[in-house]
Write a protein that binds this ligand. Structure first.
Ligand SMILES: Nc1ncnc2c1ncn2[C@@H]1O[C@H](COP(=O)(O)OP(=O)(O)OP(=O)(O)O)[C@@H](O)[C@H]1O
Length: 185
């Protein structure tokens, strides 16, 4: 069964996507499920290479070792079918009222959700200034931070909500309240 709302979260590295979506999960508890569309790429790759999925998902040397190959394979699959990973992630998602997609990166990700779920979706951009992101460990990496996966949504403007999670941000409670206003429970 389709959920009541699907919250699509995007934001630059260290803007706080995991931080805010994890706290949102505490609020919504068993009404929600966090879904990562990068997960099907990783499980496929782990199976293919006979690797331990948990290690591949964590910041271990595996991730670095296979990052480029994984990115290349992901691009090939997406070029053939832009909804491939979105569809795979949703197919294995639990039957919950709210789905929280925490790693939206491309216009075509948003396009697929829009085409598939129409007005159930809410588009949320997490924003943090570069100083704050740097203080959280962000370091510009050529080939990563100038790549399509980081930049494709820079010129997207059709957000239902932009949450400031940098300098001058509101309290966590206020940030979560603004997100909860978008939810129909
Ligand atoms: N509002 C906040 N207050 C305190 N710490 C924060 C806040 N937002 C994020 N952080 C911290 O900053 C770090 C980076 O945040 P997080 O991992 O959520 O970013 P991200 O956008 O998911 O990054 P990436 O894309 O690199 O995975 C984490 O250690 C997180 O706990």
């Amino acid at each position: 069964m389709a959920p009541k709302n699907i919250l699509l979260f995007s934001g630059k590295r260290k803007s706080g996507k995991d931080y805010l979506t994890d706290h949102l999960k505490n609020v919504l508890a068993d009404k929600c499920e966090i879904i990562k569309i990068s997960q099907p790429i990783k499980s496929h790759w782990a199976k293919e290479k006979n690797l331990n999925l948990n290690e591949l998902l964590s910041d271990s040397t595996y991730k670095e070792q296979y990052r480029l190959d994984m990115i290349k394979w992901g691009e090939e699959m997406r070029n053939k079918d832009y909804g491939y990973f979105c569809r795979a992630a949703c197919a294995s998602a639990a039957d919950k009222d709210i789905w929280i997609i925490s790693d939206i990166r491309r216009k075509t990700d948003i396009q697929w959700f829009k085409e598939t779920y129409g007005n159930l979706i809410r588009n949320i951009r997490i924003f943090a200034d570069e100083e704050t992101r740097k203080a959280r460990g962000f370091n510009f990496q050529v080939g990563v931070d100038d790549a399509m996966s980081e930049c494709d949504l820079d010129d997207f403007h059709d957000w239902d909500l932009i949450v400031n999670n940098g300098e001058g941000r509101h309290s966590l409670e206020a940030q979560l309240d603004s997100i909860m206003k978008l939810v129909n429970l």
